[in-house]
Design a protein around this ligand. Structure first.
Ligand code: BG6
Length: 365
């Protein structure tokens, strides 16, 4: 796999995200409907699931956390996203007909494979969302949704994570449709919006220069916080992991409402806080959390929706997402934050594609 003229595989793969997401989406959207053909995921199977379990590690888990939020919002079915290495040992409560979505780019992660086997043994129907064709998880799962994102070389995933989100949106729309939670019209609206997603991701890649500039200002920080509520909290988890993985800067993602119960004691003059506020129903609450950290000296980079009309004058930078259904905002908010982590890591002369201590796939426990 060549770098295609880019300095790092990670940059090449970030720039490939529109194509990767299109490869996941386009074969599965026909005439305004989501179709899963020969992927081992029938309408009947989806209709009878009472609980959706999602398992994964690292960024795959973070994609699952976003998926959990979208599935519960659209389908009103109980859904949990669990760390695979925890799930495999906690004797999970699984009922017959439960669905277990197993997310893994490589399809070889030991903890995720073990969690899937545990779920199968307990009677769940397993559906793998994987990138590597014929990987172990893909072969052992009952159903498989391949990402078709192409080989991903950089240890810190970008295009596979984005494609995992796309696959989870498809699952959520299909599940909502099969269970009568959305009309055919609504399904078409969501599918039309998904068709725009690759182009909108490309638009967010256009923040490259801006994020490179911001990165030079914050590359020497000892710790950086990411805040969000609901789906934005799940997105913040992935943004924080990206930074830790490749720049070695300590970082935490925090549920914005939880900050005052402890972590705010760590906020001091000049602390960088990246705040995600893309869900209109949570704007006001998240903005008040942001004001709390600004009052204690934090500098804030805000990622918000194009429809946010509040006061953001106290933020050092504001990034606005183009208009899209709010359920899909994590696909866009992550892009500038991937770029931010990348440029901070480059500024710090880190090995971007092969960060210390990390492996592309952890096939041992
Ligand atoms: C880690 C990778 O080792 O494993 C992460 O560095 C990845 O990028 C995680 O998210 C899970 O890997 P996979 O292949 O199961 O998605």
């Amino acid at each position: 796999a060549e770098k295609g003229g880019y300095e790092h595989f990670m940059m090449k793969e970030m720039m490939e995200q529109p194509r990767a997401v299109a490869n996941t989406l386009h074969p599965r959207i026909k005439d305004g409907k989501v179709v899963f053909e020969d992927e081992g995921l029938t309408d009947e199977r989806m209709a009878k699931a009472k609980h959706i379990h999602i398992v994964g590690c690292g960024s795959a888990l973070h994609a699952g956390m976003v998926g959990r939020s979208v599935i519960e919002k659209l389908c009103r079915v109980r859904c949990t996203a669990s760390i695979a290495s925890e799930f495999r040992y906690e004797n999970p409560i699984i009922e017959p007909d439960d669905l277990c979505i197993v997310i893994s780019q490589s399809g070889e992660t030991a903890d995720t494979l073990a969690a899937m086997r545990q779920a199968k043994k307990a009677g769940a129907y397993t559906v793998a969302i994987v990138n590597v064709v014929s990987s172990t998880i893909a072969r052992e799962a009952d159903g498989v949704l391949y990402l078709w994102a192409g080989p991903e070389i950089a240890v810190a995933t970008t295009k596979a994570y984005s494609a995992q989100l796309a696959a989870l949106y498809l699952f959520a729309i299909k599940l909502a449709s099969v269970r009568g939670k959305i009309t055919a019209e609504q399904e078409k609206t969501y599918c039309d919006a998904l068709y725009q997603l690759p182009e909108q991701i490309d638009t967010m890649l256009g923040t490259k220069e801006k994020m490179q500039y911001i990165a030079t200002r914050y590359a020497n920080r000892s710790s950086i916080f990411f805040l969000g509520r609901g789906l934005d909290y799940a997105a913040a988890m992935e943004a924080s992991l990206k930074l830790k993985e490749i720049s070695y800067i300590h970082s935490e993602a925090y549920a914005a409402g939880e900050l005052k119960h402890g972590t705010i004691s760590l906020i001091e003059e000049g602390t960088l806080v990246v705040a995600l506020a893309t869900q209109p129903e949570l704007y006001e609450k998240t903005i008040s959390n942001i004001r709390e950290v600004v009052a204690r000296g934090a500098e804030v980079v805000l990622v918000t929706g194009e429809d946010f009309d509040g006061d953001a004058s106290y933020c050092s930078s504001v990034l606005r997402l183009p208009k899209l259904p709010h359920e899909f905002s994590a696909s866009l908010s992550i892009v500038p934050l991937q770029l931010l982590s990348y440029y901070i890591a480059v500024e710090r002369s880190c090995d971007v594609d092969k960060p210390r201590n990390l492996a592309k796939s952890v096939t041992v426990e």
